[in-house]
Ligand binder design. Structure first.
Ligand code: ZN
Length: 463
């Protein structure tokens, strides 16, 4: 058969992906396992699409041309024809299928702890997004749909199928629409820089990527635009080109939503990444100064009376960010009218976000304090009524969490969002070897506690 070795190789890769999928049983969280399985199936479909396209779009055409050559007393083999008309496409195929294989491997081997992976998926799910999302080790931060990762690279093959004409002849071949035969399950891939998998600074950045995905699914951009229209206002103009302006506002939107959801230390993460990998504005991303000034609004305006955690976290990064903003102002990278536009944008995004009644960081803190207080009084009451009760949840403040977690290395069953903020606010104490396990164990404990509390309520209701 023509292209036998390429086709044999594709079959091999499909086999490799299938065995990868069957080895996913070791992944401890069903949702992570399920999503990785879906992604693997999609990439295996991608490989089958390539194989079918080679057969239907290239080999079939080459066979017709080879037959025609016999009529004209030439003896071109099918392989000769492929070599002269489609050698570039065939060689592309080799690297594309290899990339599909590599992508599934880099997803199955995500070096982010599964607990963090699961925390992130939970967070998506709680925001109303039940589309599969997988993480992938890579050399850059991007988010893309399965369709974009799998179908777009095949454009060069699809184009061959779209043209009904056979090169050098009058024969027409109508190609089948192979994409229809292998529908992909919709979903997204978030790629992150491999070396950062166990770095807590990375995790808030993944929350930012999550909001880009949610924008694609739930269309935050048009909703924020409607919010502005309902107030008889227009979205601020940060760039004269409306398309670029919309992309920039989407970027600020993802930043502002991320800081409201993850908490103040998102600003610190952003600052750190800007210092490590500085960039100048692109059509997709506004200047770093604009983004930093946007999240600074949160640090400047968010108040909480329940615990010192928010205040302490805000203070730990506010100074560094003010310094940076000062420098931007002095060097003319942040102008007065830009600042006003951003303040306005921040204010409206925040009001709109509040109207969604989200699981914001401030709400998480409030719940933590109120639940701890309630749990202490419930424990006392249950004891006097001889009901079954777990020991009460003690309320820890910022210093206590820092000391227990980072100095005494005691894992705590506290909402991971709170712990991650306290860890980032004390990053100079954090050491991957000493603390990653403590952090991961904390998340496990927290999950067990949630399940336990649910069952306690059920037991008490029956008593
Ligand atoms: Zn972004």
């Amino acid at each position: 058969m023509p292209l036998e070795s390429v086709i044999g190789h594709i079959d091999d890769l499909v086999g490799q992906i299938n065995s990868l999928i069957s080895n996913l049983q070791t992944v401890p969280y069903p949702r992570v396992r399920n999503y990785l399985g879906i992604s693997g199936q999609n990439f295996a479909s991608g490989l089958r699409i390539v194989k079918e396209m080679l057969k239907e779009y290239i080999i079939k055409r080459a066979e017709i041309i080879a037959n025609l050559s016999k009529d004209q007393n030439q003896t071109l083999s099918v392989d000769d024809v492929i070599r002269s008309y489609w050698h570039q496409q065939v060689s592309n195929t080799y690297s594309i299928v290899e990339r599909f294989n590599n992508d599934t491997l880099m997803q199955a081997k995500a070096n982010i702890p599964f607990e963090i992976y699961h925390w992130l998926l939970d967070f998506f799910y709680n925001m109303g997004l039940d589309t599969p999302v997988v993480l992938q080790q890579s050399n850059q931060f991007i988010n893309q749909s399965f369709k974009r990762a799998i179908v777009e690279p095949l454009e060069y093959l699809i184009k061959i199928g779209e043209k009904p004409i056979i090169p050098g002849s009058l024969v027409q071949v109508k190609s089948p629409d192979i994409l229809k035969n292998y529908p992909l399950t919709s979903g997204y891939i978030i790629s992150y820089i491999s070396g950062e998998g166990t770095n807590p600074l990375l995790w808030p950045v993944l929350v930012h990527e999550a909001f880009h995905i949610m924008d694609k699914e739930i269309n935050f951009m048009s909703r924020i635009e409607k919010h502005f229209t309902s107030l008889d206002k227009k979205l601020p103009v940060l760039n004269k080109n409306p398309e670029v302006n919309s992309k920039w506002i989407e970027e600020i939107l993802a930043d502002v939503l991320a800081i409201h959801t993850f908490g103040p230390m998102y600003a610190y993460s952003l600052l750190d990444y800007f210092e490590r990998a500085p960039y100048v504005q692109t059509i997709d991303h506004p200047e770093m100064s604009i983004r930093l000034y946007s999240v600074y609004q949160y640090l400047d305006s968010t108040r909480s009376n329940y615990t010192d955690i928010l205040y302490r976290c805000v203070n730990s990064c506010k100074g560094k960010i003010i310094n940076k903003i000062d420098r931007y102002e002095k060097s003319g990278q942040l102008e007065e009218d830009e600042k006003q536009k951003i303040q306005e944008l921040y204010k409206e995004i925040s009001e709109w976000y509040e109207s969604l009644k989200p699981n914001s960081f401030t709400q998480t803190l409030k719940n933590y304090v109120l639940e701890s207080r309630r749990s202490v009084s419930e424990a006392e009451k249950a004891e006097s009524e001889k009901k079954f009760v777990l020991f009460p949840n003690l309320l820890f403040d910022f210093d206590e969490i820092r000391n227990l977690l980072l100095e005494d290395r005691i894992s705590l069953a506290i909402d991971p969002n709170i712990l991650l903020n306290v860890v980032l606010a004390n990053l100079e104490l954090y050491n991957r070897e000493r603390h990653l396990d403590v952090l991961v164990d904390s998340i496990k404990k927290w999950k067990v506690k949630q399940a336990w509390q649910l069952s306690i309520h059920e037991i008490n209701e029956r008593l």
